[in-house]
Design a protein around this ligand. Structure first.
Ligand code: PMP
Length: 368
């Protein structure tokens, strides 16, 4: 049986740096703009009245409203304590047989392989093609008989996104091989509707799953709400496992999302603000000759400049991230821990935050 694999060392060690004005959190792809107006009051009111009461275990009102928002029926939705939990529960639902395996890409969100190991399954990780999702490799791995596949689209940590042809090829292959294919679309709200091919296919009745989260563009990472959308029978199998966690989405969390969903324009605004700040980040990086990947998300993958005279090899991302934290109190994700030494993933932040980052990078490179 494979050993249970923990997230890479240090991956979540720095989540607790919060509420300190002088610290800039650009390491967790959070939303610096916060949730829609009224959401905090909704959480406060729910907590004030009902902290002694269990939440609705069916999340009936919430699933009803989510169904309306995503254009599906309530029985096509399972909700969980963040996408994190749904990745584990989905792994438990579909990796039941001895020797079962999951396919995913290398150097991405660690939850897929951590969950596979936790349920005793094998994980096949397909290397990226440049910085993009390796469609051919994932198709081949599904054809070899993987029971489950996770494709992070847009891709954390590079910011790349699949086109319609890529999504369709993956779905066709999954339906042929019988693999349960999950598109993790945690960052799709930043990319916008032009890239939402997978959800379109679910609405047409294709046999795939799509996850979404309220932690990113909706600005609700703290309350922990994610969902998975798909055909009724697959959602039924997920809910059968989730039945062991009947109260996994707490009352203030359900209320927060219900209130947030009344203001879908919020994520349009966040998407526009993020795109503007991302342009400024690109420009700042270009001015400093720092190479970066194009991104449709709220993070950008950056190559740490090498020492002068050392060719095109990236610099030391461990040291660079440590100096940004120690000398400028700016936290970024060092991708060494995901198998991409020499690269950083930097959350976009607000325009002011980008300016602070650019000042810090300029100072760091002067003494590089
Ligand atoms: N999937 C991806 C690709 C992520 O980056 C993250 C969070 N970093 C998650 C899932 C987990 O999100 P949640 O907060 O909904 O658990």
């Amino acid at each position: 049986m494979p050993q249970v694999q923990a997230p890479p060392p240090g991956f979540f060690a720095d989540t607790e740096i919060v509420g300190r004005e002088d610290h800039l959190r650009l390491h967790l792809n959070e939303n610096p703009y916060g949730p829609p107006p009224g959401t905090v009051d909704a959480v406060r009111a729910e907590a004030a009245s009902y902290l002694n009461r269990y939440p609705d275990s069916e999340c009936a009102e919430l699933r009803g409203r989510l169904a309306g928002h995503f254009g599906v029926t309530p029985d096509m939705i399972a909700v969980g304590n963040g996408t994190d939990e749904l990745v584990l529960v989905t792994s438990m639902a579909f990796l039941r047989e001895p020797g079962a395996s999951v396919v995913t890409t290398a150097t991405t969100f660690p939850g897929y392989v951590v969950s596979a190991a936790a349920v005793g399954a094998r994980a096949h990780t397909v290397p990226l093609r440049d910085a993009s999702i390796p469609v051919d490799g994932v198709v081949a791995a599904m054809e070899q008989g993987a029971e489950l596949a996770f494709v992070c689209n847009p891709l954390n940590p590079t910011g790349a996104v699949l086109d319609r042809a890529g999504v369709t090829r993956l779905i066709d292959a999954a339906e042929r091989s019988g693999t349960v294919l999950v598109f993790d679309e945690a960052y799709m709200d930043f990319a916008g509707q032009a890239h939402e091919f997978a959800l379109d296919e679910v609405r047409k009745g294709r046999r795939i799953l799509v996850t979404r989260t309220f932690s990113k563009a909706w600005g609700l990472a703290s309350v922990r709400v994610g969902l998975v959308i798909g055909p009724q029978d697959l959602i039924g199998r997920i809910n059968a496992v989730a039945g062991a966690l009947p109260f996994n989405v707490n009352r203030p969390a359900q209320r927060a999302v219900l209130r947030a969903l009344e203001q879908p324009e919020h994520i349009e605004q966040v998407r526009a603000d993020n795109a503007q700040a991302r342009e400024l980040l690109y420009k700042s990086l270009d001015n400093l000759n720092i190479e970066h990947a194009p991104s449709v998300t709220n993070f950008v993958m950056v190559k740490v400049p090498g020492a002068p005279g050392e060719g095109t090899a990236p610099g030391d991302s461990v040291a660079f991230a440590a100096r940004l934290a120690a000398e400028h109190r700016i936290f970024v994700r060092n991708l060494d821990v995901l198998g991409l030494p020499g690269y950083l993933r930097i959350s976009v932040g607000t325009v002011d935050e980008v300016e602070r980052l650019a000042t810090a990078l300029t100072a760091l490179l002067e003494h590089h």
